[in-house]
Write a protein that binds this ligand. Structure first.
Ligand code: HEM
Length: 405
């Protein structure tokens, strides 16, 4: 039966039917789906019905199999809440095949060991500056407002060549674009606004004949060399604005909270700094970002677990559910940075695997290390269950995290 013909009672609604577990943990319903409905029909806020994939092996299968395409740049394509970044023509995220490989090679040339080392040093410097400010102001702070958000803002500003005001503006637009509770108009107009800023950044780098190794300049040089089109550069800059702005703040905040709640493992990291990247990876596995990833569309009929996904139907993976699959992880509900299983899908898998994964781990590990080494007495100032989730965002993040030291 086509997904659109299934009775309403069989279809779960995203996000309403997926309330999170305690302390920003995985929505309990995902365990039930993994066991009993590994391909479950869900309705997105856009009204589109998609097949939700929750088992680790199935999530990897969908991300690797070319019959599931991330090219959703066509009218009527499956959407989350509206025409978000998946609708943008020319973006690396939305391309497949040879064009994807061509554009990915251009952008990939920026993500070198050298740029990672450069950002590690920058993250350390910014973390120290912010901690100096926090210490000058007293012995208490809101970790979101005083540390995570400004650290990511400075990082994003430097990577993308935007100032603080532009960052604040684009962060608000990106949150509107990814807001699952937003209207279709809000999502589409936020997408257009991000594209407009991306266009200005490309022009600015072109005018300045920017020779820096930054990602915008890298794309602009490739336009000049004829390797990619201007539209591909602009759309991919729009994608990068999202990637450097929003997904780093939640692990930087929730991760600190989770480490404070697992003081033995925090002490292990302080004793052996090599463990900080492991702490980051376990935070990303344990909490992950968002209930689901972005959709894909089936290019032909595919059968899995006795369910037929018909050509043209949308499929959406949950890396969060996959990261808690007991078929892949021992005691997945336990936060354990010493765990043996290293594989996960929080950075995706297959051709669209996150280009910024090494950079993201380096920045987060540096931020955790600097924070906890400078403030060994850091503690939550509120009862952990009283920490509230920020509204609307795609990524589960505390609205504020009061701490003292
Ligand atoms: C903790 C932070 C991050 C997480 C959890 C994350 C996760 C992901 C995931 C799951 C995908 C694949 C989506 C799919 O296949 O549908 C992806 C793609 C991507 N990410 Fe990240 N990301 C993070 C940070 C970053 C950063 C900081 C950058 C850049 C500076 C970045 C750049 C990219 C790019 C360019 C792609 C698209 C690759 C392609 O389509 O070929 N990401 N990311």
């Amino acid at each position: 039966m086509a997904i659109t013909d299934l009775p309403e009672r069989d279809v779960l609604k995203v996000p309403q039917d997926f309330p999170p577990g305690p302390l920003f943990t995985v929505p309990p319903v995902l365990a039930e789906l993994r066991d009993n409905r590994p391909l479950c029909p869900v309705e997105m806020p856009s009204g589109n019905r998609l097949w939700l994939v929750t088992r680790y092996a199935d999530v990897r299968f969908v991300m690797h199999d070319p019959r599931f395409s991330r090219d959703l740049v066509f009218p009527g394509a499956p959407r989350m809440a509206g025409d978000d970044l998946t609708s943008v023509e020319g973006s690396l995220f939305n391309m497949e095949g040879d064009d994807h490989t061509r554009l990915r090679a251009v952008l990939g040339s920026y993500f070198t060991r050298r740029s990672v080392e450069q950002w590690r040093a920058a993250a350390r410097q910014h973390a120290h500056d912010l901690l100096d400010r926090m210490e000058r102001a007293g012995r208490a702070a809101d970790l979101v407002k005083d540390f995570s958000e400004p650290l990511v803002a400075r990082f994003a500003g430097e990577v993308m060549g935007i100032d603080a005001a532009e960052h604040r503006w684009v962060q608000a637009r990106i949150r509107e674009q990814l807001d699952l509770l937003g209207t279709e108009e809000q999502v589409a107009s936020a997408t257009a606004a991000v594209a407009e800023l991306a266009g200005r950044l490309v022009d600015r780098a072109g005018d300045a004949e920017d020779v820096s190794p930054g990602p915008v300049a890298t794309l602009v040089r490739a336009v000049r060399d004829g390797a990619i089109s201007r539209q591909e550069a602009v759309s991919t800059v729009g994608l990068l604005l999202m990637n450097v702005t929003d997904p780093l703040v939640p692990p930087l905040t929730v991760g600190v909270m989770t480490l404070l709640l697992h003081s033995g493992q925090l002490a292990d990291c302080l004793r052996d700094p090599q463990l900080w990247p492991e702490a980051v990876r376990e935070v990303l596995r344990y909490h992950n970002n968002g209930i689901t990833n972005f959709p894909r569309v089936a290019l032909e009929d595919v059968e899995r677990h006795g369910v037929r996904i018909a050509k043209g139907e949308g499929v959406i993976t949950s890396a969060l559910a996959a990261a808690h699959d007991p078929r892949a992880f021992t005691d997945p509900g336990v936060f354990d940075l010493h765990r043996e299983e290293k594989g996960s899908v929080f950075f995706g898998a297959g051709p669209h695997f996150c280009l910024g994964s090494v950079l993201a781990v380096a920045v987060l590990a540096t931020a955790y290390a600097t924070l906890f080494e400078r403030l060994p007495g850091l503690r939550l100032s509120v009862e952990p269950h009283a920490v509230e989730k920020a509204d609307g965002g795609f990524f589960a993040c505390p609205a504020a995290l009061p701490v003292s030291w």
